[in-house]
Design a protein around this ligand. Structure first.
Ligand SMILES: *Cc1c(COP(=O)(O)O)cnc(C)c1O
Length: 415
């Protein structure tokens, strides 16, 4: 573990000391807090949880699994995803491409951002062996064609399809995606240029409804048929949910059953399926330990906030599981609802929760906030000087387990 100064300047927290998996004897969160007594946020990554979750997803899904790197690019996390058997990575920037290539020379990297810098396309193609690129407009198609020159027949071109509103917590079709008519035209335009042609969509993040995939796959099938061209891959995106205190998603198998049924209904047996899960693979795989710096009624001023790992607890009002850690024993205190203020001077740095904690919580106590493996630990900014954090790898289970991903007895799979 290491304390990182000026994190925004150094990028992800990849300076911590990482032992090789087989040498790892990981401590528990409690042991780490007892030893370190951290005043700054302590990211607690659970590599065994991530590995077995990635393994469970890959086993359940009938196709290739691409880990969506943006969700958590921490090298400790990427290594755990790899150890769970995932060999494909969905990258959205050249920095993510470089990071994955540096860690895993043999990984299959896919550039799945529909709007890319020209230099990023060139570097990904020429230096990192990236062949698959997504697009949702004619402009991006001609940009890619210009940058690839005569090599386009070696490319995989993926058309991102926009979807109607689903029940997801976060809609991802407002910014990207071609409407069906435009997607049909793009499939026809890309077919003679590409070696491999795909259609991709994303139902939105933390999507609780398995039927969202069935509906999206049905729409994708209509688009493919209407295009009249052969499509090789259907990429059904990410969006698979994890459990939070007020969200209890159906088990993984319910999602896979809808996907399998929708695939059969397409009646295109040559079509390969890909998925790009982010949150589902790593959400339970990290927590953050914060310290209480002041209590004012039922509001706690804590050492991390919306400009750190807790962005989604702010505007999106996600509730995360919490657990109090302290040196002395609680004298039978009842749980009570609390809100948090983050450490910055910004009044938007507030997290209303409510978060349940024993009602005698006080200054100096630590709180472990769970389910922050996805879109949590990776969102820290340098705002107001609160960019210092430490990262440790721990042996604890997830603070909330999501149905269908139960950890096997004994050690997690290691690759
Ligand atoms: C963010 C994103 C993902 C991952 O989404 P999750 O909801 O975390 O599973 C996958 N694909 C694309 C294109 C994305 O933008």
């Amino acid at each position: 573990m290491s304390l990182i100064e000026n994190r925004a300047a150094v990028g992800p927290l990849h300076h911590h000391i990482s032992l090789r998996a087989e040498e790892k004897i990981l401590p528990s969160v409690n042991e780490m807090v007892k030893t370190l007594r951290p005043e700054e946020p302590l990211h607690c990554v659970r590599p065994n949880v991530i590995s077995s979750t990635a393994h469970a997803f890959s086993t359940a899904f009938n196709g290739d699994v691409l880990y969506a790197v943006k969700c958590n690019p921490e090298p400790a996390v990427l290594r755990a995803v790899w150890a769970g058997g995932v060999r494909h990575f969905d990258c959205a920037s050249i920095s993510e491409v470089q990071l994955v290539r540096r860690l895993f020379p043999g990984a299959d990297i896919h550039f799945m951002h529909p709007v890319k810098a020209r230099s990023a396309i060139r570097e990904a193609w020429e230096q990192h062996g990236v062949r698959d690129l997504v697009l949702d407009s004619e402009s991006e198609l001609s940009k890619i064609m210009q940058e690839l020159g005569q090599h386009t027949s070696k490319s995989g071109l993926f058309i991102r399809l926009a979807l109607p509103e689903t029940g997801a917590a976060i809609n991802l079709s407002k910014k990207f995606g071609a409407e069906p008519e435009a997607a049909i035209a793009l499939l026809r335009a890309a077919r003679p240029l590409a070696g491999k042609l795909g259609l991709a969509f994303h139902v939105g993040s933390q999507c609780m409804d398995p039927l969202a995939w069935r509906d999206a796959m049905q729409l994708a099938g209509e688009v493919i048929r209407a295009s009249g061209v052969r499509v090789d891959v259907l990429d059904i995106g990410g969006g698979f949910p994890v459990a939070y205190p007020d969200m209890d998603p159906p088990p993984l198998g319910a999602f896979m059953a809808e996907i399998d049924a929708a695939y059969d209904a397409l009646d295109m047996p040559w079509l390969k399926l890909w998925a790009e899960p982010g949150r589902a693979l790593v959400g339970g795989g990290a927590s953050v330990v914060v310290q209480v710096q002041l209590r004012r009624g039922n509001m706690l001023y804590i050492s991390d906030g919306v400009y750190g790992a807790l962005a989604d607890a702010g505007a999106l009002r996600f509730r995360f599981p919490t657990r109090l850690l302290r040196a002395r024993r609680s004298q039978g205190a009842q749980d009570a609802p609390f809100g948090f203020f983050g450490p910055s001077c910004d009044s938007l740095d507030v997290m209303n929760g409510p978060f349940l904690l024993p009602d005698d919580v006080e200054e100096g106590d630590w709180i472990e906030i769970g389910q922050l493996g996805a879109y949590g630990t990776c969102l820290r900014t340098a705002f107001n000087g609160f960019d210092r954090a430490a990262l440790v790898e721990v042996s604890d289970r997830a603070m909330l387990e999501t149905a269908g991903y139960e950890l096997p007895d004994g050690d997690a799979p290691r690759g």
